[in-house]
Design a protein around this ligand. Structure first.
Ligand code: NAD
Ligand code: UDX
Length: 480
């Protein structure tokens, strides 16, 4: 029996390994982590992450050929293939702070593999890492090898949260990079044999190590760039009377462009896009390519602009002040169908509104008040460290509370901000909501999910990203 161990039981390690275990019953899969609460949750009925379909997959394999454990060393020692899926946060201090990837956790995992191994191993980079990381890992392993042979592979993960299980069942592609040597090809084949249990042969791409590492950063940069492009257009739509939904539909009909990832929004969030683009920018700078670095930096700048533009629009529409006004925030997660709040645009929007002294009433079906408090009091980039190493903030934000549902959140509010596109927000009884709000009642839709005309008929003043402005908003001062 082949044994696989995955270091890091997070959003990637957990679902990825659960699907390998499901599709390859003859392989024993152990997912290990230094976080005791996380592993306990994986072994309970309340999994540590919310992901549609995940419960079912875990229930089918856990205890059979899928195990979650904190005994990291034992499982690494026993494994033939070791995946490393630990955090690769943005560095917060030292060389490259604010841009470069912090490989502390990766390096400590590699050193631990070198310490405990007594047999040959294939070590797979599952985390997103800077191009050339495999070389560094190879050096750590071979300098401490005690005669053991290691092959390093790059097998970046392309799943998106909220659709992780479907993405893993039917990936657009699986990418495997390895050394172009006989041993390297053999290792690539061994990993290919795992995936080929359910992924069609023509979807498993093999490349050299550096192409695989860079392709992951490139794919995320391209996806984020599409969102920043459409968001930049949304500002122009508001200025001209064009409708961004119509523009992106027309643009996406061009088969060379395609319709996906052209939804204008309050800004992209999530643990990957910003981190990976900053990392790409840093790599370009280190390789003497400042123009290329500047090009990709712009994707982040437009994203920041989009978030502050949204806050400015809201405040300026409401007579230039939201001080002590109740603002209902519908949705805090960075997208629907996840409870993940890492780099969610809601953090910047809420901080902006709190800066203007608003009272926030926040409702998200999957995010707790504790999590919201942590997010709003934590320093930038601190979130991307193993949970038990994150600083516990002594302060709490007094001017916010979490609501049971959208109706409680919006009661007596002056304004509603929709920040996550949860399906349940599309079918709310907006007449009932309007009747219970202060007047004039505002809706700021950061996800373009409401029927603007219907809400205007009810009496709301509605702002929806990139849509023609109503008379009220047109009369308000220009937004910076
Ligand atoms: P995560 O924070 O959810 O999980 C990482 C886990 O690694 C944590 O539970 C942490 O405790 C554990 N860990 C850290 N150091 C360890 C060590 N030395 N030994 C054992 N466990 C250790 O992160 P994630 O979202 O799963 O992301 C992991 C990697 O995958 C990152 O590089 C990320 O960029 C990449 N990635 C993430 C996604 C996504 O959608 N979240 C998608 C593709 C790629
Ligand atoms: C992303 C990549 O899609 C995935 O391939 C990679 O492995 C990890 O990073 P994820 O961050 O989970 O996945 O979600 P994604 O669906 O890409 O959304 C990212 C952000 O962009 C979200 O905040 C989402 O709301 C936003 N978005 C997405 C838009 O604003 N408009 C769009 O058209 C699409």
């Amino acid at each position: 029996m082949v044994k696989i161990c995955c270091i890091g039981a997070g959003y990637v390690g957990g679902p990825t390994m659960a699907v390998i275990a499901l599709k390859c019953p003859h392989i024993e899969v152990a997912v290990v982590d230094i976080s005791v609460p996380r592993i306990s949750a994986w072994n309970s009925d309340q999994l540590p992450i919310y992901e549609p379909g995940l419960d079912d997959v875990v229930k089918q394999c856990r205890g059979k050929n899928l195990f979650f454990s904190t005994d990291v060393e034992k499982h690494v020692f026993e494994a033939d293939i070791v995946f490393v899926s630990v955090n690769t946060p943005t560095k917060t201090r030292g060389l490259g702070a604010g841009k470069a990837a912090d490989l502390t956790y990766w390096e400590s995992a590699a050193r631990m593999i070198a310490d405990v191994s007594k047999s040959d191993k294939i070590v797979v980079e599952k985390s997103t890492v800077p191009v050339k990381t495999a070389e560094a890992i190879e050096k750590i392993l071979t300098h401490n090898s005690k005669g053991i042979n290691y092959q390093i592979l790059s097998n970046p993960e392309f799943l998106a949260e909220g659709t992780a299980i479907q993405d893993l069942f039917h990936p657009d592609r699986v990418l495997i990079g390895g050394r172009e040597t006989p041993e390297g090809f053999k290792a690539v084949q061994a990993l290919k044999d795992v995936y080929s249990h359910w992924v069609p042969e023509d979807r498993i791409l093999t490349t050299n190590l550096w192409s695989a590492e860079l392709s992951k950063l490139a794919a995320n940069a391209f996806l984020a760039q599409r969102i920043s492009s459409v968001n930049a257009m949304s500002a122009l739509c508001e200025a001209t009377g064009a409708d961004v939904t119509q523009v992106s539909y027309a643009v996406g009909k061009d088969t060379r462009i395609g319709p996906k990832f052209l939804n204008a929004s309050v800004g992209f969030g999530g643990s990957c896009f910003q981190k990976d683009i900053l990392n790409l920018v840093y790599i370009c700078e280190c390789n003497g390519l400042p123009e290329v670095a500047e090009y990709w930096k712009q994707v982040i700048k437009i994203n920041d602009y989009q978030k502050s533009r949204f806050v400015n629009r809201l405040v300026s529409s409401m007579f230039n002040t939201v001080a002590n006004k109740k603002v209902a925030i519908l949705g805090f997660a960075f997208k629907k169908d996840t409870g993940d709040t890492r780099e969610t645009p809601a953090i910047d929007v809420c901080k902006g509104l709190l800066g203007d002294k608003a009272n926030l009433s926040i409702y998200d079906p999957q995010v707790t008040e504790d999590q919201i408090q942590r997010d709003l009091t934590m320093n930038k980039f601190d979130w991307d460290h193993p949970l038990h190493l994150q600083p516990t903030s002594p302060s709490t934000v007094k001017k916010l509370h979490a609501a049971w549902d959208a109706y409680q959140a919006t009661k007596d509010a002056h304004a509603i901000c929709i920040l996550t596109e949860w399906d349940e927000f599309k079918t709310l009884d907006f007449q009932r909501i309007y009747d219970n709000m202060q007047k004039p009642a505002f809706v700021f839709d950061g996800r373009n999910i409401v029927d603007v005309n219907k809400l205007r008929e009810i009496g709301f003043i509605v702002y929806s990203i990139g849509k023609p402005l109503d008379a009220w908003l047109k009369d308000m001062p220009a937004v910076a």
